[in-house]
Design a protein around this ligand. Structure first.
Ligand code: PPS
Length: 284
């Protein structure tokens, strides 16, 4: 397990995609006020909402006569996650035209200071912890760069104690809670987007000042259904897409958790998050 992960500032990351060097280089990253930043704990629906954001930015750019770049990382051939890549990534990103779409699983203290100083807008995506744990468990057991688990019980203990790539879910929400009321941060939940994608997409477009027509919004909504994204996954994500687009449901945890685990999660949630702004939004 240990060789698959390394620790940086007390948080574990997968060795195959991150490195201490990239974190060092990241300190020099310069955020722009028009960057479109998506923050979310792993398995919260990052690829889903990232796709929506990229589609919104690209559509707006096309309307402005800009066919070649949105700009978004996908089109520039750059992996969209801020903390994943080689040490020259940030130099290349500096040359990218606006608006850049950037994903991250990092907590605010580990993000470059310029993100908050330069007032880049951040969309914070949160998902209920039980479904995140469920998704993470299946994902970990399907991907070789991540530690695998014999039983869900073993995974559950690791999840509850924060022994996860990108750290503890509870710490993540706790840390982002300190920014939940920031003017430049908008929060959206996986569950509300599942319930009403059109209204979520509109809210996101407004927050980032992306002026789309009703018809264009409907196009983005259509292209971001679970089925549409799964059908397109070979093209968008290659073989990895098969693992990523697993179920896309709310409450799948009910097929995995036993009653003890359910109660332990409720208790920890109550103790750590229930009274907070983000905690109030997380439902399951
Ligand atoms: S990662 O690897 O951490 O970046 O994973 P992430 O993209 O954050 O989360 C993966 C989960 O998001 C689900 N997903 C979707 N749900 C609904 N609609 C759409 N379009 C969609 N696309 C991806 C994906 O299926 C993972 O959840 P689970 O519960 O495992 O199915």
């Amino acid at each position: 397990r240990e060789e698959k992960l390394f620790t940086y500032k007390g948080i574990a990351y997968p060795t195959t995609v991150c490195s201490p060097e990239i974190f060092k280089a990241l300190e020099s990253f310069k955020a722009r006020s028009d960057d479109v930043i998506l923050a979310g704990y792993p398995k919260s629906g990052t690829n889903w909402v990232g796709h929506i954001l990229t589609d919104l930015v690209t559509t707006t750019a096309k309307n402005d006569g800009d066919e070649t770049n949105g700009s978004n990382d996908e089109q520039q051939g750059e992996f969209p996650y801020l903390e994943i890549g080689d040490v020259d990534k940030y130099q290349r990103m500096e040359k990218m035209p606006s608006r850049r779409v950037i994903f991250t699983h990092l907590i605010p203290p580990n993000l470059p200071v310029s993100v908050f100083k330069n007032k880049a807008k951040v969309l914070l995506l949160i998902r209920n912890p039980k479904d995140v744990a469920t998704s993470f468990y299946h994902f970990s057991n399907s991907l070789s760069p991540l530690p695998s688990y014999e039983t869900f019980d073993e995974f559950f203990t690791a999840f509850m104690t924060g022994q996860m790539p990108w750290g503890s879910y509870f710490d993540y929400i706790f840390e982002w809670n300190k920014h939940a009321a920031d003017e430049n941060v908008m929060t959206i939940t996986y569950e509300e987007l599942k319930e009403n994608r059109a209204s979520g997409v509109k809210r996101i477009a407004e927050f980032f000042d992306l002026p789309l027509t009703e018809e264009e919004i409907q196009g983005v909504v259509k292209r971001s259904s679970f089925q549409a994204m799964k059908d397109n996954s070979q093209e968008s994500h290659g073989a990895f897409g098969q693992t990523l687009f697993r179920k896309g449901d709310v409450s799948d945890w009910k097929n995995l958790f036993n009653e003890d685990q359910n109660q332990e999660m409720d208790k920890t949630f109550e103790e750590r998050l229930a009274g907070s702004q983000l905690g109030a939004k997380l439902k399951y």
